[in-house]
Design a protein around this ligand. Structure first.
Ligand SMILES: CC1=C(/C=C/C(C)=C/C=C/C(C)=C/C=C/C=C(C)/C=C/C=C(C)/C=C/C2=C(C)CCCC2(C)C)C(C)(C)CCC1
Ligand SMILES: [Fe+2]
Length: 366
């Protein structure tokens, strides 16, 4: 380790020991708790969205991706630098860029070769990733009713399954439309694209997903309650259960594209931005001192160049698909394929961060 790296490591450790409680609780409040309240406040609006044309959802998704969604992954190249003590800037950028090129390229190739399987894989990966993000947020909130890795995994399955599974149960038509749009980018014959996604939407699949999600939620909330009886914080458990309840209601009521557009930015994206602020010493210090704007401005500066890079990836996918891009639905589909390509390496970076922070180690506190 170089001298500078050692110094910065010492500094980082010192910040973590002294200063990060006010920062963590501020991050928890501003990036997880208030947005969750906002989402709950939007439930009446969510309930009427199935009456609107799907283009309203597409516009919401585009806006959410523009404002927060894309940016939440756009500092991945700085994560190794900031979360490890012995990684140089050059190495951090190089390793993450190579991971993005190889894994992202493989995902795009998979869509060309087997679009339906790639679509199903993307849903599964998102299930994992959005659950992973929520478990990390629960560790930032320092909840103590999930003390084992098994309970955290169950929580991941529930939290990730809500956005991916519940809309399939509640609003299969719009879910199917998006699947057809995505597959249709690669299978030019529309009837063939429609037929290809059939198995995902048969009643048996939907029933199984609904039953699984209900049972997993009941077991997860029930196990948490057992921990409360044994002395864990009732308030934290109630908040966890309240969030799960709000997400159930959100995805049962809202039209899927709108629901996921809002969730991606307001829930998943913001929670991850909060986490990134905590690994940036200066941003963490700012947020701990009540300077939310300062912290966000630093994040914005770091994220700006590769947010643009992310939109270039969307443009590149748009130019390469055989069917071309003609309607708002195609634009959503192209964005989702590009996002899928960026999600796989993003998940690897986040999993590495989880490991460093002990998110999956019982007793670890993220
Ligand atoms: C660092 C880097 C970069 C950048 C990056 C970025 C910018 C990232 C991002 C990332 C991201 C940004 C991620 C994201 C994620 C997301 C997700 C994961 C989503 C998902 C979704 C879904 C899956 C959905 C779907 C749907 C709908 C919408 C409706 C209904 C139906 C369904 C469910 C189907 C670049 C490349 C430039 C270069 C290298 C390095
Ligand atoms: Fe993410």
């Amino acid at each position: 380790m170089t001298e500078t790296a050692t110094r910065s490591a010492t500094r980082r450790r010192a910040t973590a020991d002294e200063g990060d409680d006010p920062a963590r609780s501020a991050v928890d409040r501003w990036f997880a708790f208030y947005p969750a309240l906002a989402l709950a406040g939007l439930l009446p609006l969510a309930a009427v969205t199935p009456l609107f044309p799907v283009e309203v959802g597409v516009a919401t998704f585009a806006l959410g991706t523009l404002v927060v969604g894309m940016a939440h992954g756009a500092v991945d190249h700085l994560v190794p630098l900031r979360a490890a003590t012995d990684v140089s800037l050059r190495r951090s950028v190089a390793v993450v860029s190579v991971a993005y090129a190889i894994l992202g390229g493989a995902v795009v190739a998979a869509f060309f070769l087997a679009p339906v399987a790639a679509f199903v894989g993307f849903i599964a990966l998102t299930w994992l990733h959005w659950g992973q993000g929520d478990v990390a947020a629960l560790t930032v909130a320092d909840v103590d009713h999930l003390p084992t890795a098994a309970e955290r995994w169950l929580s991941l399955v529930v939290r990730g399954g809500l956005p991916m599974g519940v809309p399939l149960v509640a609003h299969p038509e719009e879910y199917r439309l998006v699947a057809e749009w995505i597959v249709g980018l690669f299978v030019v014959d529309a009837a063939a694209a429609a037929a290809a996604v059939d198995p995902v939407f048969v009643p048996e699949t939907r029933l199984a997903v609904g039953a699984f999600m209900t049972a997993a939620t009941a077991v997860s909330v029930g196990l948490g309650y057992r921990r409360v009886r044994a002395g864990a914080s009732r308030r934290d458990w109630l908040r966890d259960a309240g969030e799960v309840g709000a997400l159930w209601a959100w995805f049962l009521l809202a039209a899927p594209v709108f629901a996921i557009g809002v969730y991606f930015a307001l829930w998943h994206g913001l929670r991850h931005v909060g986490r990134l602020i905590l690994v940036d010493d200066r941003a963490a210090a700012a947020v701990g001192d009540g300077d939310l704007h300062g912290a966000l401005a630093r994040f914005g500066r770091d994220a700006a160049p590769l947010t643009l890079g992310g939109f270039l990836v969307v443009a590149a996918v748009g130019l390469s698909v055989p069917a071309g891009v003609a309607a708002p639905g195609d634009l959503l589909a192209v964005s989702l394929v590009a996002i899928a390509a960026m999600t796989l390496p993003h998940v690897v970076v986040v999993a590495w961060l989880d490991r460093r922070q002990g998110v999956w180690r019982p007793g670890g506190t993220g």
